[in-house]
Design a protein around this ligand. Structure first.
Ligand code: COI
Length: 355
């Protein structure tokens, strides 16, 4: 089913960046998908057009009240040229969960997947093939009604843009250093911490900036009430391997339900590795470091993939993990996940969707 998506092909093809030197999210493909929403008409006019700026009224609600949602997923090209995507259905499901939380009208997930398929077909030459690269896909919704009352917008735009990317962190697949934040908080239960909405990221910037100044890549957030239970890192979920068991914070309502997080749990269980999703306090992690049972720590995310953590800083103390090198399980997970995504490791859990 085509869902009546119209296509205006670009006549002015851009120069592609060097796939060996890709910086995350700086280059965009030749086309984008766009669709309008008006109360009464619903979502309509789905179209693929040349990548271009959009004009918005300065009173558009997104600028004032932050009614906006985004997603992040990736496409890859196999050696035979087939284009494959990693669990895109899960991203469109999550998009609608976030939409629901932010009072944005739901988007037909099948239409979203078809829009993505058609956009990937037209821009497939933009998928980089070097190891460690991919085409990062950013679907998003913004509230466009020009009105200053605080109530759900009567107009929206849904768009998909795409960017050829290398690794998210400058460290590549080498371990990152993480600052455990005890002053600022990211989200609280009942808020919007489990929705993929811009405000969560805006609220994280100050802490991230301060962590950068201290030499750390990212911030590890603690819960907003007790200030002791581990939540997530700025751009990824977090896992620990303690005494042979993998532990990750349970989804509490203030943590993002990461698709890579979920996939790693499924993969570990498929391998017969025990995984606990539960509350885990920073004190438990520090104690495991002290008694020598903290074996590994790694983050998971679409952009971050599997990112080993080599050092945690908490309350002025530094805790080195695995001598600051990549742990055995982190490496195995990275190799398996990226192998499945590139089509060179068997996709035994049925994650990849061919375009
Ligand atoms: C992702 O991993 O796709 C994210 O959305 C994290 C970040 C780039 C904001």
């Amino acid at each position: 089913m085509s869902f009546g998506i119209s296509i205006e092909a670009s006549t002015n093809k851009k120069q592609k960046p060097d796939p060996k030197n890709l910086v995350f999210g700086h280059h965009f493909t030749d086309h984008m998908f766009i669709m309008d929403y008006d109360a009464g008409q619903g979502w309509h006019n789905p179209r693929i057009v040349p990548y271009q700026p959009i004009a918005l009224d300065p009173a558009a609600k997104v600028f004032h009240y932050g009614q906006t949602i985004f997603e992040g997923l990736k496409a890859f090209k196999k050696a035979d040229g087939t284009v494959i995507t990693f669990r895109p259905d899960k991203n469109f499901e999550r998009l609608n969960r976030s939409n629901e939380r932010l009072s944005v009208p739901a988007i037909d997930e099948k239409l979203g997947l078809e829009a993505l398929r058609q956009l990937l077909l037209i821009d497939q030459d933009w998928i980089p093939e070097e190891e460690g690269t991919s085409l990062y896909i950013r679907p998003f919704v913004i509230a466009t009604e020009a009105a200053l009352g605080v109530n759900p917008s009567q107009k929206y735009l849904f768009m998909i843009i795409m960017s050829p990317v290398g690794s998210y962190y400058k460290e590549g697949i080498n371990p990152v250093k993480i600052f455990v934040e005890s002053h600022y908080v990211r989200a609280v239960r009942g808020g919007v911490g489990d929705a993929k909405t811009a405000g969560n990221y805006a609220a994280s910037l100050k802490a991230q900036e301060e962590a950068h100044e201290r030499g750390y890549s990212q911030v590890l957030w603690l819960d907003g009430v007790h200030r002791k239970y581990i939540e997530e890192v700025g751009s990824m979920n977090i896992f620990f391997r303690i005494g042979g068991k993998v532990v990750t914070p349970a989804l509490s309502g203030s943590i993002l339900d990461g698709i890579t997080r979920r996939s790693i749990i499924e993969l570990l269980r498929h391998w017969g590795e025990p995984v606990e999703e539960r509350q885990i306090s920073i004190d438990e992690v520090i104690e495991a470091h002290r008694n020598g049972t903290l074996q590994e720590c790694f983050g998971t995310g679409t952009a971050a993939v599997i990112s080993p953590v080599g050092e945690l800083s908490f309350n002025g103390e530094k805790y080195t993990i695995q001598d600051g090198s990549t742990g055995e399980l982190s490496k195995k997970l990275y190799d398996t996940l990226t192998g499945i995504q590139r089509g060179i490791v068997e996709d035994s859990l049925g994650w990849m969707i061919e375009i």
